[in-house]
Design a protein around this ligand. Structure first.
Ligand SMILES: Cc1cc2nc3c(=O)[nH]c(=O)nc-3n(C[C@H](O)[C@H](O)[C@H](O)COP(=O)(O)OP(=O)(O)OC[C@H]3O[C@@H](n4cnc5c(N)ncnc54)[C@H](O)[C@@H]3O)c2cc1C
Length: 461
């Protein structure tokens, strides 16, 4: 192997001093020449472990081979066969623990930069107006998809390609779920999300925004109108710690904070109507992608000090490598081995600080990571003006609360069988509403699997 082939073609990024003042994309994307050079590093190994490790089984090596040849249109069409939103998943998938983790090249040198090549090909197709030519054999059966996040998107697309009449119901005024309201634009520009989602309309999915199933329309009504239903309502409800002081002003759940910033554009208040109060010292509880997104938004909102408060160490952080690196480069301080025990407020009802206990790492727990163990009597106070809880979420409750006949687990996830069918005949579910929170690509994979099951179910009727 030539020495030059050992390392990835570097990704150009916005310099730190500029990007901390704006919400524009941090990675600047590969040029055609850079993408071809990176793709040529791929040795096209026979086993294709990258594809096996991809939850939607994207034909990654074929995509890379055609990029190396400069045949970008063909590469895009290959990606699109299994993945309806390559420009999005290329940007947000945890590639380092999936396709890139098993890359044969990665055993001897840098793994191929699969994520950035996937994003390149999605962007290239958008810039050049490339779309698939689909020949849909129309069927008269109707399917309702509840929720327009990644699970709903992939289910709707696959069913529509099979000819079903698909109607998607989305509670919010925009489609996309977490892709729109959660992941900030500096990671996932919203024009990219809008463009990828316009595909739903192009192929004839009837997208009904501002429709809350369980409020504007009930599941029973949908069951009478549709032959099958897919529930992809996600897991956006905050999980509280139930510690003293959690009700103080200046404390946000991560989703509220991110919705204000990303969806309602609070960073541009008063040009946009929604305000956000972000103090000078911000503490973010948690260390996953959500916590990094909050911390990096706080930096851009002008906070002087931003702390990630985590009960394990950086090494165990579940965030994507790139997000963690970017957060640290942008000045976010990672406070390891601490656990919140109490939130402290002033007479005015606003948060003033947090009490943290020091932790040490013990034996591995069920997650395989070392269990954090509290050190008795180690509590200390950290002064903060804003605290954000990014410790995880549970499945959205409104729909489930109004549909008590739908069986759920003890912690509120929808129960499904091996075909992703719920206990209600003809009602299927997938994505975060069944897992309680995972990844974009896993939700896409489950949406596809549910579409295959729905097709099977309806074919037999
Ligand atoms: C801030 C943040 C950052 C993340 N970063 C990453 C990342 O970098 N990489 C990664 O792989 N994953 C990431 N994730 C996780 C990933 O986004 C989710 O796993 C994925 O979006 C789940 O898809 P879904 O379709 O199941 O649900 P969602 O994306 O949550 O979509 C559910 C949709 O259903 C709608 N809905 C809910 N109830 C109703 C109802 N009653 N009627 C109609 N519509 C309803 C919601 O409004 C929403 O649009 C992140 C999550 C968050 C919150």
């Amino acid at each position: 192997m030539k020495e030059a082939d050992r390392i990835r073609v570097p990704m150009r990024e916005q310099p730190v001093k500029d990007r901390v003042k704006n919400f524009d994309s941090v990675p600047l994307g590969y040029s055609e020449e850079e993408a071809m050079a990176e793709a040529r590093r791929c040795i096209q190994c026979k086993d294709r472990p990258c594809m096996m490790r991809c939850p939607v089984n994207m034909k990654i090596s074929a995509m890379i081979e055609t990029i190396a040849e400069g045949n970008f249109k063909e590469a895009y069409l290959i990606a699109k066969e299994d993945n309806p939103i390559p420009a999005i998943s290329g940007r947000v998938c945890p590639q380092e623990s999936q396709c890139e983790a098993v890359c044969t090249m990665g055993k001897k040198a840098d793994a191929i930069n699969i994520g950035k090549l996937e994003a390149f090909i999605g962007d290239w197709a958008m810039r050049n107006g490339v779309t698939e030519e689909l020949h849909i054999d129309e069927k008269d059966k109707k399917v309702a998809v509840i929720g327009s996040g990644p699970a709903g998107i992939s289910c709707a697309v696959d069913l529509r390609k099979l000819g079903y009449q698909v109607t998607m119901f989305e509670a919010l005024h925009v489609a996309g779920g977490v892709l729109q309201y959660g992941i900030p634009a500096f990671r996932l520009p919203k024009d990219i999300v809008d463009c990828e989602l316009s595909y739903l309309l192009k192929i004839g999915v009837d997208v009904r925004l501002n429709h809350i199933v369980g409020q504007n329309v009930m599941l029973d009504e949908l069951r009478r109108e549709f032959d099958a239903i897919f529930v992809g309502t996600g897991a956006g409800a905050p999980r509280f710690l139930n510690i003293e002081g959690e009700e103080l002003m200046g404390i946000y759940s991560a989703n509220e904070f991110l919705i204000r910033v990303n969806l309602m554009k609070a960073y541009d208040f008063p040009e946009h109507d929604t305000p956000i109060v972000c103090g000078a010292r911000v503490g973010v509880m948690g260390a996953g992608n959500v916590a990094m997104d909050v911390a990096r938004c706080a930096v851009r909102l002008g906070a002087e000090e931003v702390y990630i408060l985590y009960r394990r160490t950086k090494r165990e952080s579940p965030a994507r490598e790139e997000e963690l690196r970017h957060a640290l480069e942008e000045g976010v301080v990672f406070v390891e081995l601490v656990n919140p025990t109490r939130l402290l407020g002033g007479d005015d009802g606003w948060v003033k600080g947090i009490e943290l206990a020091r932790m040490k790492l013990g034996e591995p727990d069920s997650s395989g990571r070392p269990r954090p163990v509290m050190i008795e009597g180690s509590e200390f106070i950290m002064e903060l003006d804003t605290v954000v809880n990014a410790l995880g979420t549970v499945p959205n409750r409104l729909f489930l609360g109004r549909t008590p006949e739908l069986e759920t687990t003890g912690w509120g996830a929808i129960k499904v069988d091996e075909n992703l069918m719920t206990n209600i005949e003809g009602v299927f579910a997938g994505g975060d509403s069944t897992s309680g929170g995972a990844t974009v690509i896993q939700a896409l994979g489950e949406g596809r699997a549910a579409a295959a099951s729905i097709h099977n179910y309806l074919s037999g009727r």
